[in-house]
Design a protein around this ligand. Structure first.
Ligand code: NAD
Length: 249
């Protein structure tokens, strides 16, 4: 796949861990200079790592200012940072709803709002938002998380329509269960983490977890000039879970 990002500058939120770290590596391999926005920037391997809380508008604005001060331009935003929530609709408090939506949905709006004045100046501007298989699969015990990721898809399409005329493409990736520290933390809570991992793998259509590098490759395509005619889509990286009507194994 041709995905030359030479000369371009990217922001990856949540780029210090998991999928965001894989995206950061992949974009840098493609020639981009990458700034990571993260609560824990000390763990990031990037050209610039900034302590940004995407739930805080002033913090986001300082982060974008730091990118412009360092690189003088911004071409790509990967809105990857997000948090999980477990439970049915009966289980989460208003505070939990506000917190998760504020990070997973409003966080994307905040970062994009601050970035767009700079993206509009780029000849190759692209935003990728991170949704999830949870947006469409009807997963049990994930009501709040699923609602937040469904909103990410709706937001992606609306942003794609609003900014098409400005030369800014907006797409989403929808990963299935991916092998990241996030999933590691969930498995650690199980009585038998190894057995839980095996059961989780068996529930995936292709019998394994998604490799974060596979998601990074999809993101690299969506932000590269190679996908210049693609906007408003969600690219599923989920072993076929969304598109295929598979019988339970
Ligand atoms: P992770 O927990 O390994 O990494 C998330 C990173 O985001 C961390 O470095 C964390 O510090 C950062 N972060 C969290 N809140 C932040 C905030 N308010 N401001 C700035 N940074 C913040 O998670 P991951 O598994 O790599 O997931 C990344 C994204 O992919 C999330 O949006 C998640 O919903 C989505 N996703 C993950 C999976 C999966 O199975 N892992 C599946 C589908 C979608």
């Amino acid at each position: 796949m041709s995905a030359s990002l030479e000369g371009l500058v990217a922001v990856v939120t949540g780029g210090a861990s998991g999928i965001g770290a894989a995206v950061t590596r992949r974009l840098r391999d493609g020639g981009a200079r990458v700034a990571v926005f993260d609560l824990a920037p000390e763990h990031a391997e990037a050209d610039l790592a900034v302590a940004v809380d995407i739930a805080d508008d002033a913090s986001v604005r300082r982060g974008i200012d730091a990118v412009i001060a360092e690189f003088g331009r911004l071409d790509i935003v990967v809105n990857n940072a997000g948090i999980g929530a477990q439970g049915a609709v009966t289980d989460n408090s208003d505070d939990e709803w506000h917190r998760v939506l504020d990070i997973n949905v409003v966080g994307i709006a905040r970062v994009s709002r601050a970035a767009l004045p700079h993206l509009r100046l780029s000849p190759s501007a692209a935003i990728v938002n991170t949704s999830s298989i949870a947006a469409t699969a009807g997963l049990q015990q994930r009501a709040l998380y699923s609602a937040s990721k469904g909103a990410v898809l709706a937001l992606t399409r609306a942003m794609a329509a609003d900014h098409l005329g400005e030369g800014v493409r907006v797409n989403a990736v929808s990963p299935g269960t991916a092998d990241t520290p996030w999933i590691g933390r969930l498995l650690e809570k199980a009585e038998d983490p190894a057995a839980e991992r095996a059961a989780l793998e068996a529930r995936q259509p292709h019998g394994r977890l998604v490799d974060p590098d596979e998601i990074a490759e999809a993101v690299a395509y969506l932000v590269s000039p190679a996908s210049g005619s693609t906007t408003g889509i969600s690219l599923a990286v989920d072993g076929g879970m969304h598109e295929l009507r598979l019988r339970p194994r």
